[in-house]
Design a protein around this ligand. Structure first.
Ligand SMILES: Cc1cc2nc3c(=O)[nH]c(=O)nc-3n(C[C@H](O)[C@H](O)[C@H](O)COP(=O)(O)O)c2cc1C
Length: 216
């Protein structure tokens, strides 16, 4: 991997639990591959254009194979630039808190901006979807107060990792790795144990990815 985009969906800065584990992943990947270039997009500071009625009409047109009308061209040029920027990376690291069982709205907004026909996926003549992001690597660091992974009874409430796996699959990504930071609310000792487990899982993932890179 030569270029990695860190997509940070937590607004909590250095207090972010997902961010703490992602920082460890980034440091480990950099140590293993010093030439790795990392760019970060902080979604709560990023300029995300509105995806409004006009832009949506352009999408329905694209789905029908008609060009974006002139009055929507500038808005769609911006979306194409964002999607091309996303696809220009070999891999992505997503730092993602769970909010109300799903994603923080800024990450969903970003996904809505870049996920369009001809940009990150395409439909063939018989309506089959082909993802255009194939061949890249995605790493998800998923933080939640709820202890997903340790309590099967709550698995059905996970619309965070489940959603991201589905979306990445839709745009063609198959090499998906996830580290859960799950159970971030509770007594200090319990949260410390959660962080220690996530750190160990992150270290194992970095070792796995570094070994793979070395074998290429
Ligand atoms: C608006 C909001 C909604 C949240 N909803 C959930 C939730 O549905 N389930 C859950 O397990 N945690 C929920 N949490 C807790 C966060 O997922 C948890 O604190 C996580 O560690 C935050 O990650 P971060 O520190 O990287 O931002 C919510 C937090 C916020 C701010």
């Amino acid at each position: 991997m030569k270029r990695l985009l860190h997509i940070n969906a937590s607004p909590r800065g250095t207090r972010s639990r997902s961010g703490m584990i992602s920082a460890q992943v980034l440091a480990g990947l950099t140590a293993a591959s010093p030439a790795l270039t990392i760019e970060t997009i902080d979604l709560f500071d990023a300029d995300l254009p509105p995806f409004d009625a006009q832009a949506i009409e352009g999408r329905y047109g694209l789905l029908m194979g008609t060009p974006v009308p002139p009055e929507q061209a500038a808005a769609w040029d911006k979306l194409r630039t964002m999607a091309a920027h996303f696809l220009s990376f070999d891999g992505w690291l997503l730092s993602v808190p769970m909010w109300n069982f799903g994603l923080p709205y800024r990450l969903k907004h970003y996904i809505d901006l870049i996920t369009h026909p001809g940009m990150t996926f395409r439909n063939d003549a018989v309506g089959q979807v082909e993802g255009l992001a194939a061949g890249r690597t995605a790493i998800i660091v998923a933080a939640s107060a709820m202890p997903f992974g340790a309590m099967p009874a709550i698995d059905g409430l996970d619309f965070q990792l489940t959603y991201l796996n589905a979306w990445l699959g839709f745009i063609g990504v198959t090499d998906i790795h996830a580290v859960r930071v799950a159970g971030t609310f509770g007594p200090d000792e319990a949260v410390a144990a959660v962080m220690a487990k996530a750190a160990a899982d992150a270290a194992a993932l970095v070792t796995q990815l570094a070994a793979r890179a070395a074998a290429v």
